[in-house]
Design a protein around this ligand. Sequence first.
Ligand SMILES: [Ca+2]
Ligand SMILES: [Ca+2]
Ligand SMILES: [Ca+2]
Length: 227
Amino acid sequence: MKFKAILAILAVAASIPASADVLYSNNFETNTNGFTGAGFLTGTQGYGALGFGQQMLRNNAPGNPAAASVLNLNFGGAVSDANLSFSFGALDSWDGNNCCGPDYFNIRVDGNLLFTQNFNISNGSPAVNAHLTTLSYGNQLGFSGWADQAYTISLNLGNLAAGDHTIEFFASGNLWQAGEDESWAIDNISLAGEQAVPPADVPEPMSGALLLGGLGVMALALRRRRA
Ligand SMILES: [Ca+2]
Ligand SMILES: [Ca+2]
Ligand SMILES: [Ca+2]
C-alpha cells in the first residue's frame, strides 16, 4: 500500500503544470517600454477611478487602418497557453453602425487578426464580445464632451514559439475620425503564460538521477519490510 501511495504521489507531482509566468506587464505610469509605433502617455482623467491610475497609453492616430501601437516581445523559451489582458478605453464618439462608422478596435498578433470589435457610444448598451468585460458605459470620463466606455479585454493567444513576436493594437473603419473626436487608450497590460525553462536553467541530469536513485532505494526498503 505504501509503495502504491508513493507512486501515486509521484504521478501527481509529475502532472502538476508550472504556474503561469507574467512575461510582460505595464501600467503605463512611467514608460511605454516595449512599445513602438503610434501612441503616447497621457493623464487618465475619469479613467483613474476605474483602475487606470494616473497615466495610460493613448492612440489617436488617423487613417484606415490607423497607425498601430505595437508591443514587441522576445521570449527566451517557448510559451504555452499565453493570455493577453488589459484595460481598454473607447474615448468619445465611436459610432458603431450609426452615421459615421464603423469604428473598429483590433488586435493583430504576428500578423494574424485575433480580435475586432465595433464600438458605439450611443446604442444604449455596452459592446458584447466573449473577450470583453464592461467597466463603464455611457458615462463621461473626460476628454471631449462625448460619453466614454471602459472594458477589460482578455485574449488567449495559444502557444508562442521562442523568439520575436509583435502585438499590434489599432483602430480601423472607413469613418474612423480619430483625434479628439474618437480615440482609444489601454492600460494595465499583462501577458502571461507557461514558459519552457531556457536550456541554461535545466537542472543537471546528475541531480535527477540521484533523486530517482533515492526513490528506488526507498521503494526497495518498503518492499523488503512488507516481505
Ligand atoms: Ca496607468
Ligand atoms: Ca469623453
Ligand atoms: Ca467614426
